[in-house]
Ligand binder design. Sequence first.
Ligand code: ADP
Ligand code: MG
Length: 268
Amino acid sequence: MTTAVNTGGLTLDGVGKRFGRGTAAVTVLDDVAFDVPEGEFVAVVGPSGSGKTTLLNTVAGFVDPDVGQILVNGTPVTGPGPSRCVVFQEYAIFPWLTVRRNIEFGMRLRARRRPAAERRRIADRYLDLMGLTAFADALPKTLSGGMRQRVALARAYAVDPEILLMDEPFAALDAQTRETMQEALLEINQKERRTVLFVTHQVEEAIFLADRVVVMSARPARVQEIVPVPWRGPRHHELKTTPEFIELRRRIEAMLRGGHPTPEGQTA
Ligand SMILES: Nc1ncnc2c1ncn2[C@@H]1O[C@H](COP(=O)(O)OP(=O)(O)O)[C@@H](O)[C@H]1O
Ligand SMILES: [Mg+2]
C-alpha cells in the first residue's frame, strides 16, 4: 500500500506572549524564533513553568501570540487546523471507544476525509506499527498508561497532519515505560518520517529523540541555543550511557541552569 504522507516545515518568527494585564502581566514567550524543516524532529527543552506548553499551544493555534507569527509551509497559523495534531501528556483518547475506533476517529474529522475502507486499512497499519493489533477491540480502561499513549501516537500518525506536536507525552509514565515509548516513537518515526515538535523538561529525552534540541531559558522563554544532535540512523537505549551522550546532556543541563558548559569531569 502506498499512502501519501504529509510533511511540512514550521517557522516561528519572533513569537511573544504575555498573560494578564498591567502590573500583573507576565511575559511567557519572548521573541522565540526557530525553524523546523520538513521531516525534522526538533525537541524543545526548558524548565517546568518556562512556557513550553504555551509555545506548543501557539503552534497548535490554541493560543494567539501577541507578536510574531507562526508559519506552516509558509502559511500563517490563525487557529487550530488539520495541518497540526497534538499528542498531550494526559491520555487524550476517548474512554468509550475501542482502540481501533479511537485511531479511526481522528481520521473522520479530517478535511481530506478518507473512505471507511481506507480508514480501516490505515488504522490496521498503525495498530501494527505501535504493537496494538492484539488490543484493537479493547477499551482504553483495560490498558496501561504506556499502551494508551501508543493509541494516542497511532491516532496522531494516522491522522497524517503536516506537523506533529507533542507536549511531554511520556511525562506521566514510569521510567521504564517511558524508555520503551521513546524507542517506539523513534521506530515509528523512522518508518513514517514526519515533522515533529516535541517539548519536554527532560534533557535526556530531548537528546535521545531529536535531530536538534532547542534550549529555552527560564521564563520568559527565549531560545538560548539550538544544539544539533550528532547521531544518525537507529538509536537504542545504550546510547544514553555513552560518554558523548553524557557530555552533551551535561552541556545542555548547564545551559538550563544558566551556567556555562564545564570541562569533562567537573560539576557545574
Ligand atoms: N492562560 C494563562 N493565563 C495566565 N498564565 C498562564 C496561562 N497559561 C500559562 N500561564 C503561565 O505561563 C507560564 C508558563 O506556563 P507553561 O507554558 O505551561 O510552562 P511549561 O509547559 O514550560 O511548564 C506559567 O507561569 C503559567 O502559570
Ligand atoms: Mg507544560
